[in-house]
Design a protein around this ligand. Structure first.
Ligand SMILES: Cc1ncc(COP(=O)(O)O)c(C=O)c1O
Length: 386
């Protein structure tokens, strides 16, 4: 409701939608104000790879909060150093300097600024169906018209090429290109996985033209696709790797990881007051420890295979295609997905859409075998009879 009779204190843009009120999390479950428990097949929008209240993350936060909540990046801090040490220990050796911020869109903004500054060039080549965030730079790289149009004019010199088309990419990249920005798996755009050779072709186009290459792994990063980072599936190392969402166990964080060579070429300055704050870094260090110790990348690969097998026999009348990598799965339907999401919620399962016809499953990586299997059964049931 809007206008003079609207209740005060509503969240901007949400007052017309009825929403579940969630008060607690337990493993892969979210529990509402009435005590009903839902299995979260969307990992709280991809940030809850460890669920939304992992005990190791909660303990790290409580311990850190008692010592130092905020600091500012002008000071060094052992917790931040420990987090960065653990993160870089999981990444290819080419990577070194990391810019820490508070969200995916900020991590993308940093990559855009770094690329323009380091190359002295203006142009950014991104992909159709890509999603990179809602601030002006990231939105300029985002494809969907409904997200962009109300805010135009956006940042100039952004072009979009069809995803998985190396010839179109090569043709668009020239000596004015600062950055090629791609998701290894397009998440919001409908779960489209990079074809073999596509990311390698992007690396080649960047090298030939002197542009930088960035992978936006905000959604695919940290074990989601069955490897610690999706880039490992293709064995291609970009100049900039963009991380956020689940990196800090559900605490707000963004990370723009780059190389010493790119840092050397960077002119100007970039800064964030809360980026790299002790709470996010303590949570991040704890979260990475859990991901490694519990071998969650292997778990994502195994549970992802289970899903693809389970969906194998679904009726073609309902279904166009099932796509995915690890625990990032898109079920493309022939009809709008909204009624199926509602039917799943009635059965106690919360899933997401990706566009109007794709049912997106990206559960917490800590989901139990039983919960996952029940979730897949529920999806099959609503698709067959819903
Ligand atoms: C690939 C990708 N990049 C960037 C973003 C923006 O992240 P945030 O919502 O944290 O700003 C998202 C969010 O869904 C995303 O999926």
């Amino acid at each position: 409701m809007t206008g003079p009779d609207a209740p005060r204190g509503t969240e901007f843009g949400t007052s017309s939608r009825p929403r579940l009120s969630i008060v607690r999390a337990d493993g892969a479950r979210l529990i509402d104000a009435r005590g009903r428990s839902f299995v979260d097949l969307g990992a709280t929008h991809g940030a809850g790879s460890l669920g939304a209240a992992h005990p190791a993350v909660a303990a790290a936060l409580a311990e850190q909060a008692a010592q130092l909540i905020h600091l500012g990046s002008g000071y060094a801090n052992p917790v931040r150093e420990e987090f960065l040490r653990r993160l870089l220990g999981l990444l290819p050796p080419e990577f070194g300097p990391v810019f820490l911020s508070n969200s995916g869109t900020e991590a993308v903004e940093a990559a855009l600024k770094i690329a323009r500054s380091a190359t002295g060039r203006p142009k950014v080549v991104a992909a159709m169906r890509g999603f990179h965030g809602r601030t002006f730079g990231a939105l300029s790289a985002t494809w969907r018209r409904e997200f962009r149009e109300p805010f135009e004019p956006l940042v100039p010199e952004f072009v979009h090429v069809p995803y998985n088309d190396p010839v179109a990419l090569e043709a668009a990249v020239d000596d004015r290109t600062a950055l090629i920005l791609l998701e290894p798996v397009q998440g919001e755009g409908g779960v489209h996985v990079a074809a073999p050779g596509y990311l390698g072709a992007a690396r080649g186009a960047a090298d030939r033209s002197g542009a930088l290459l960035a992978f936006d792994e905000v959604q695919t990063g940290v074990a989601r696709t069955g490897r610690m980072f999706a880039l490992e599936h293709w064995n291609v190392v970009p100049d900039l790797l963009i991380l956020a969402k689940s990196l800090a166990g559900g605490m707000p964080i963004g990370a723009t990881v780059t190389t010493a060579e790119v840092e050397r070429r960077f002119r100007g300055s970039h800064h964030s007051t809360f980026g790299g704050n002790p709470l996010a870094c303590a949570a991040g260090a704890a979260a990475l420890d859990v991901v490694v110790r519990e071998r969650l990348a292997e778990r994502a690969a195994r549970l992802g295979r289970v899903a693809l097998e389970r969906f194998g026999g679904l009726p073609e009348a309902r279904l166009r295609e099932v796509r995915g990598l690890g625990l990032l799965i898109g079920v493309e339907l022939r009809t709008p997905v909204a009624p199926f999401l509602a039917a799943l919620q009635e059965r106690g399962f919360l899933a997401l859409s990706a566009g109007s016809t794709v049912l997106r499953l990206l559960p917490p990586l800590v989901i139990s075998d039983e919960e996952w299997s029940a979730g897949l059964d529920a999806v099959v049931e609503v698709l067959q009879h819903g």
